[in-house]
Design a binder for this molecule. Structure first.
Ligand SMILES: Cc1cc2nc3c(=O)[nH]c(=O)nc-3n(C[C@H](O)[C@H](O)[C@H](O)COP(=O)(O)OP(=O)(O)OC[C@H]3O[C@@H](n4cnc5c(N)ncnc54)[C@H](O)[C@@H]3O)c2cc1C
Length: 365
C-alpha cells in the first residue's frame, strides 16, 4: 500500500515505522527543512514503549532516557502519593525529544522522508487520494495520514471548523539545562499555589529539564524567563524549592521554551475512506496530563493493527476511529478531573487514577 504521512515528528515518524511493518511503501512529508523536535524532554508511558519494541527500537529508546519514579509534592515540599496506588502507576521514561525524533527518522529511513515539503490539501479520487504540495506537485497514494499537529491542514479539510483553540490562560515554560547539584532523583511535580504546577527531572546523566505550568496565567510581562520565575515562586513555599528557582534564574533567556497551550476540540470524525488523523492532529490535548505523545504513539499501533486486519482500508479506518474516539472520551474526562483538582492530595489521587486507567486499558495493538 502507498501511504503518505503528513508530519515528520513523533507520531508521524512512529506511524511510518509501524506501517512499514505491514509492508507499506511510506512517504513522510515534513514542512521543516529537517526532522527536528521542538521541546526538551518527553515523558513516555509503557504504552508507547510497547509500540517502540514492536518496531525494534524499544531498547535504544530506554537507553536514551531515564526512568522516573514520580513523586508529587505540595508547595511546602511534602511528598504525596495517592493511597493504594501501585508503584507502577508512577513510573515513566523521560526521553530527550530531539534524540527520539532522530532515532525514529533513522528507523523509517531518511530516504522515505521528504523535508521542506508542505502539504496544502488533498483530493479523494476513488480508490486513491491525491496529496497536494505547496510546490505545486501532487502525490498519489492509497492512504493519507494527517500527523501534522494541532494546526493540522489535513484536519482543517477533513473536519471543517475544527481549529485548535487556546486553552484559556494556560501557559507552559520549560528548558533543558546542564545538570547541577540539584536532587538527581528529581522533584518531578509540585502542585503549588494559584494553579501553578512544575518541578524538574534528570533527563540524562548530564541534563535536567525544568518545567512550569500555569493555568489562569493572567497578563504576561517581562521576558520568558522572568515570566516562568514569577510563577515558579508558587511552587517554592518555605524555601524548599530554591534549587528550582535558581535553575530557572540561571537559564539563558533564549533557552526558555514558552507555549500558550492550544487544544483540539473533540471531533465527530477522525477518518474518511482514504484519510486518517493521528496524534495531536486528531486530539491535541492540554499537556497537564503528560500523555499526548504516548497516546499518539498508541494511535499508530491501533492504526497499524486495524489496517493489518483488513479486510479493506475503509473498514480498517472505521475500526480505528471507533476505538480511538471511545478511548479519548475517557481521556478527556480524566484530563478535566486532573485539571480541576484542588490541592496536591486531590491532584495525586486523580492523576494516579488516570495513570492506572491508562496502563490497564492500553490497546493490545
Ligand atoms: C509543554 C508540553 C509538555 C508535554 N509533555 C508531554 C509528556 O511528558 N508526555 C507525552 O506523552 N506528551 C507530552 N506532550 C504532548 C506531546 O508533546 C504531543 O502530543 C506530541 O508531541 C504530538 O506529536 P505529533 O507528532 O502528533 O505532532 P507535532 O509534534 O506537532 O508534529 C507535527 C509535525 O507536522 C509538521 N507539519 C505540520 N503541518 C504540515 C504540513 N502542512 N505539511 C508538512 N508537515 C507539516 C510539523 O512541522 C511537525 O513536524 C507535551 C506537550 C507540551 C506542549
Amino acid at each position: 500500500m502507498r501511504t503518505v504521512i503528513v508530519g515528520g515528528s513523533l507520531v508521524g515518524l512512529t506511524a511510518a515505522a509501524s506501517l512499514q511493518l505491514n509492508g507499506d511503501e511510506v512517504t513522510v512529508l515534513e514542512q521543516a527543512p529537517e526532522v527536528r523536535a521542538a521541546g526538551a524532554g518527553i515523558g513516555l508511558w509503557p504504552n508507547a514503549l510497547r509500540e517502540f519494541d514492536r518496531i525494534g527500537i524499544g531498547a535504544t529508546v530506554r537507553a536514551l532516557g531515564s526512568r522516573i519514579d514520580t513523586w508529587f509534592h505540595d508547595a511546602d515540599g511534602r511528598r504525596i502519593r495517592a493511597a493504594g496506588s501501585a508503584a507502577s502507576d508512577h513510573r515513566f521514561l523521560l526521553v530527550p525529544r530531539p534524540a527520539l525524533n532522530s532515532l525514529l527518522a533513522d528507523t523509517v529511513g531518511r530516504d522515505r522522508i521528504r523535508t521542506g515539503a508542505r502539504a496544502t490539501g488533498y483530493t479523494e479520487d476513488g480508490p486513491e487520494v491525491v496529496v497536494h504540495l505547496a510546490d505545486g506537485t501532487d502525490l498519489r497514494a492509497d492512504l493519507l495520514i494527517g500527523a501534522d499537529g494541532v494546526y493540522s491542514r489535513t484536519r482543517a479539510q477533513l473536519v471543517p471548523g475544527s481549529e485548535a483553540v487556546a486553552h484559556d490562560g494556560h501557559y507552559a515554560w520549560r528548558a533543558l539545562v546542564p545538570a547541577g547539584d540539584e536532587r538527581p532523583e528529581g522533584t518531578v511535580l509540585t502542585v503549588g499555589r494559584d494553579r501553578t504546577r512544575g518541578g524538574y527531572a534528570r533527563v540524562t546523566e548530564g541534563r535536567t529539564m525544568w518545567m512550569v505550568n500555569q493555568f489562569d496565567a493572567g497578563p504576561l510581562t517581562g521576558g520568558k524567563r522572568d515570566r516562568a520565575l514569577a510563577r515558579a515562586r508558587n511552587l517554592a513555599g518555605a524555601g524548599w524549592h530554591d534549587d528550582l528557582l535558581r535553575m530557572i534564574a540561571e537559564t539563558p533567556e533564549e533557552a526558555v521554551l514558552e507555549n500558550q497551550i492550544m487544544v483540539v476540540p473533540p471531533l465527530d470524525r477522525w477518518t474518511s475512506p482514504r484519510v486518517a488523523l493521528i496524534g495531536d492532529a486528531a486530539h491535541g490535548l492540554s499537556p497537564h496530563i503528560s500523555a499526548g505523545g504516548t497516546l499518539g504513539v498508541e494511535d499508530a499501533g491501533v492504526l497499524r493493527a486495524a489496517l493489518a486486519a483488513g479486510p479493506d482500508t475503509r473498514t480498517a479506518l472505521a475500526r480505528y476511529e471507533a476505538a480511538r474516539t471511545a478511548r479519548f472520551t475517557e481521556v478527556r474526562a480524566h484530563a478535566a478531573a486532573v485539571e480541576q483538582a484542588v490541592g496536591a492530595r486531590e491532584f495525586a489521587e486523580r492523576y494516579a487514577a488516570f495513570s492506572h486507567w491508562m496502563l490497564t486499558t492500553a490497546p493490545a495493538g
